[in-house]
Each structure stands twice: as structure tokens, then as C-alpha cells.
Design a protein around this ligand. Structure first.
Ligand code: PMP
Length: 286
């Protein structure tokens, strides 16, 4: 296995994969992306990721220069060339190279690149012990500034919150929205469990609509576990029986401490463990 990168139709080894420093994706964060898992040689939730990529691109008026079928084939080709059965795909579409200046009309030709590589977001023991969160002082982007529903190359909002978590010695940061309600973590969606009910913020609370989040809500329904999308306040986190995060890279991660407070018993909860098991079974079977 060796990481491969597809750039505008050609495959490269990791060390040879290069893009122009005039690419507006790099100069201005002008672009969109997806993080996708491959399990057992199959792209997990390919349609859902392509839907979100196309929606993100539409929101920033960027035309993806490939059909969905061509995009999917390019991802499969990259994974195959790397010799992977299980891996992570980073698919990126940028505004492309252009003269200096933010005007997108300077970059008439979007760049597409696809990386197939391994990923380990958290060490193994974290899934047994759980992680700690802080609530960040950095609020999630106001939806009328840059909607969190766009998976754009502008991650500084999240990175600033992540730095705050690092400085505080916590693993992750949960971000509140402009109204003070819970939105999401810096690269994962958040769920709590209270009195047997699974709860997670709604898309209008300023979240990226995670593919893993959607799978988790579907699994809850299939397993007849009560689950709701609703406004959550920090108070709800503090009084939760359990808490966990979902994301493509992280999968399902238990949270056992928020702002120094123990969540539930301070150990990953029974519902969280059940849903982690169900998720792992699901990805192996799908
Ligand atoms: N929120 C943010 C800000 C993210 O970047 C991500 C993806 N890493 C998620 C949530 C989770 O989304 P998904 O399950 O589609 O990976």
C-alpha cells in the first residue's frame, strides 16, 4: 500500500503530488472538499458525500469539472492504485490557478485532486476511555457569514477552537453558535443521550450535516432507539447521561468529560457502546 494522489486526471505518488501556489484554493481558501472512508474496498456512503460536495460547490458558485460518475471513478482509481482495502479519501475541488486577487473570474479552470491514504484521528485507547471536551470561546461561523453547511477550504473557525482545546489540555472543543446554542465540534458532530433518548443539534443550529451523523440517526431509527434533532444548550451537555461524537475520520467517539465535568459516570455509556458496535457492524456489512 502506498498513498496515491489523482490531480486533474493523472495519478501521482505522494511526494510528487503538487499544485500551483497560484491556486485560489491555497491563496484564498476558495474551494470545497470531502473526507470519505473506504471500508472493505467500497466507498462508504458515496452518494451522500457526492451530494454534499455538489451542494457545497453550488453554494460557492463553483462548477465541478467532472460528472458524479467520473468523480466516483476517479476516487475508485486512486484507491485501487494505492492498493488499499480500507483507507481515507480526501477529495478537493478548488477554484483553480489564477492571477492574484480574490475575484473568482481570475480562475476559470477549477482544480480537482483526490488523495487516498491511511488515517488515524485518535489513538485506539481513546475509544475505550472516552475524550474530554471544552466549550470554545470561539463561536461557530454565523450562517449569514459563511454557512457551516458548506464544507469549504476555510477551516480557521474550527482551527481556532481546536487550538483553544489544545491549550486547555482537552481533546476537542465544542462550539456554540451565535445564539449560544450547541453546534458541533471542530471536525465532528455531537450527540448526547438523556433518559434513553439520543439528541443532536439541527442543521439550522450551524452544523455541517455530517454523513456519519445521518448514518447514526438512521441506525437509531432501525434499532428503535428514540432520537431527536433539537436545540441543545450547554446546560444539556452538562446534565447529559452520555455524550459522543461522530465523523468520517473519528467514526464514533465517546465523550466522558466536558469543561472538567464528568458526563454520566465518567465512563463511555451503555448506549454509546451499543451505537459504536452497531456502527462498526454496519460499515462492515454495507
Ligand atoms: N463537522 C465538521 C465541522 C466537520 O469537518 C466534519 C467532518 N470531518 C463533521 C462535522 C462530520 O461530518 P462527516 O460525518 O460527514 O465526516
Amino acid at each position: 500500500m502506498s498513498p496515491k494522489v489523482w490531480i486533474d486526471g493523472k495519478l501521482f505518488d505522494k511526494a510528487d503530488a503538487k499544485l500551483s501556489v497560484y491556486d485560489h484554493g491555497l491563496l484564498y481558501g476558495d474551494g470545497v472538499f470531502e473526507g470519505i472512508r473506504v471500508y472493505n474496498g467500497k466507498i462508504f456512503e458515496c452518494d451522500a458525500h457526492l451530494d454534499r460536495l455538489w451542494a457545497s460547490a453550488k453554494a460557492i458558485r463553483l462548477t465541478i469539472p467532472l460528472s458524479r460518475e467520473q468523480f466516483c471513478a476517479a476516487m475508485e482509481e486512486t484507491v485501487r492504485a494505492g492498493g488499499f482495502k480500507d483507507c481515507y479519501i480526501r477529495a478537493v475541488v478548488t477554484r483553480g490557478p489564477g492571477d492574484l486577487g480574490i475575484d473568482p473570474r481570475k480562475s476559470p479552470r477549477p482544480s480537482v485532486f483526490i488523495i487516498a491514504d491511511l488515517i488515524a484521528v485518535y489513538p485506539r485507547e481513546i475509544y475505550e476511555k472516552g475524550i474530554s471536551l471544552i466549550t470554545s470561546s470561539v463561536i461557530r461561523n454565523h450562517p449569514n457569514a459563511l454557512s457551516a453547511r458548506i464544507k469549504s477550504l476555510n477551516y480557521l473557525n474550527n482551527i481556532l477552537a481546536k487550538i483553544e482545546a489544545n491549550d486547555a489540555g482537552a481533546t476537542e472543543a465544542v462550539m456554540l453558535n451565535h445564539e449560544g446554542n450547541v453546534s458541533e465540534c471542530t471536525a465532528e458532530n455531537i450527540f448526547i443521550v438523556r433518559e434513553g433518548q439520543v439528541q443532536t443539534p439541527t442543521p439550522s443550529d450551524g452544523i455541517l450535516e455530517g454523513v456519519t451523523r445521518k448514518v447514526m440517526l438512521r441506525l437509531c431509527r432501525q434499532m428503535q432507539i428514540p432520537c431527536v434533532e433539537k436545540i441543545l444548550q450547554r446546560h444539556d451537555l452538562y446534565i447529559a447521561d452520555e455524550c459522543f461524537l461522530t465523523g468520517t475520520g473519528a467514526e464514533v467517539v465517546p465523550v466522558t468529560r466536558i469543561d472538567g465535568r464528568e458526563i454520566g459516570t465518567g465512563q463511555p455509556g451503555a448506549m454509546t457502546r451499543r451505537l459504536m458496535d452497531a456502527f462498526h457492524r454496519h460499515v462492515r456489512e454495507s
